[in-house]
Design a protein around this ligand. Structure first.
Ligand code: NAI
Length: 328
């Protein structure tokens, strides 16, 4: 058996936390041979609820669960962690402007970035789930000057999985028949789900569906799926978000399948003409715990326009939080 790794989860008493922790402890994220020590962070008023979650984790008697740290102190939560899933965030309240939302989340993600900088392992893998995820990841990254900027990623995997599911349904295939789906850009309604490189059972996806369906049905359905779930369920997606977070970390840590890729929001290096530095959804392959952007894809005018629109939104979000950056 391998020695345990430390996995921090913030917002651990929330809905996504409740759908996430038990699967991590069961080995779904890092494999059935990898023991984990869970580091659970919550705000002080949620500690009693978190204690209930800890009791349930213990009651599962998971063979791979090697310990639990439950705390309201980020310095304790991020001590020596190998993985950090930043789920807890400030939701948009009534009458709250985008600027207020970014500011409120800055107050969470700047200190968490600093605590990661001070205490996490130098090769920590950070996934930000809490919205606005891409820009929250940027805030945390920019407050962690001693960590490699590439340690910080944000989640577009739920959008990726939603896109697989929509295309599978339309083409009468199974999600496992589809390769090379891409989500470009921001985890917001400007994201661009791109099927131009995707195949279904080896056939180009664009030859199986018509352009009108792609443009007028597929893209908006994927972009607005989060809102549709809130409307149907009366609460935002939780189990599917947790599942996507597990997929994201698993791909990063254990690698992607040969002949396929996944979508991860990562610091842009300028590839595909995107502003360097913004945390942008890209097609990536992963090997030996490292991700690489898939290069050389042909981008047509339809895609270019949409990739630039979501880049523009991310640049605007960045401009709104730059005063929170510690990294020079
Ligand atoms: P929730 O409200 O059920 O849970 C959030 C938890 O975070 C609460 O228990 C709260 O006490 C905690 N929290 C707040 N501030 C914290 C801090 N500073 N440190 C530690 N914990 C803190 O919300 P839910 O449904 O679990 O969603 C969490 C976030 O994930 C939201 O921002 C949501 O918008 C986002 N989300 C992102 C998705 C994505 O695809 N990127 C998909 C679905 C949700």
């Amino acid at each position: 058996m391998k020695s345990p790794v430390r996995v921090a989860v913030t917002g651990a008493a929330g809905q996504i936390g409740y759908a996430l922790l038990f699967r991590i402890a069961a080995g779904d994220m890092l494999g059935k041979d990898q023991p984990v020590i869970l580091h659970l962070l919550e705000i002080t008023p949620a500690l009693p609820a978190l204690n209930g979650v800890v009791m349930e984790l213990n009651d599962c008697a998971f063979p791979l669960l090697a310990g639990i740290v439950a705390t309201d102190d980020p310095n304790v939560a991020f001590k020596d962690v190998d993985y950090a899933l930043l789920v807890g965030a400030r939701p948009r309240g009534p009458g709250m402007e985008r600027k207020d939302l970014l500011e409120a989340n800055g107050a969470i993600f700047a200190p968490q970035g600093k605590a990661l900088n001070a205490h996490a392992r130098r090769d920590v893998k950070v996934l930000v789930v809490g919205n606005p995820a891409n820009t929250n990841a940027l805030i945390a990254q920019q407050n962690a000057p001693d960590l490699d900027p590439r340690c910080f990623t944000a989640m577009v995997r739920l959008d990726h999985n939603r896109a697989l599911s929509q295309l599978a349904e339309k083409t009468g295939a199974h999600v496992t028949d589809i390769r090379k789906m891409t989500i470009w850009g921001n985890h917001s309604s400007t994201q661009y789900p791109d099927i131009h490189h995707a195949t279904v059972k080896g056939t180009a996806a664009t030859s199986l569906v018509d352009q009108a369906w792609y443009r007028d049905s597929f893209i908006p359905t994927v972009q607005q799926r989060g809102a549709a779930i809130i409307k149907a369920r009366g609460a935002s997606s939780a189990a599917s978000a947790a599942s996507a977070a597990i997929d994201h970390m698993r791909s990063w840590a254990l690698g992607t399948e040969p002949g396929d890729w996944v979508s991860m929001a990562i610091p842009s290096d300028g590839s595909y003409g995107i502003a360097p530095g913004v945390i942008y959804g890209y097609p990536v392959t992963c090997k030996n715990g490292k991700y690489e952007i898939v290069q050389g894809l042909e981008i047509n005018a339809f895609s270019r326009e949409r990739m630039d629109a979501t880049d523009k939104e991310l640049r605007e979000e960045r401009a709104g939080v730059e005063h929170l950056f510690a990294r020079k």
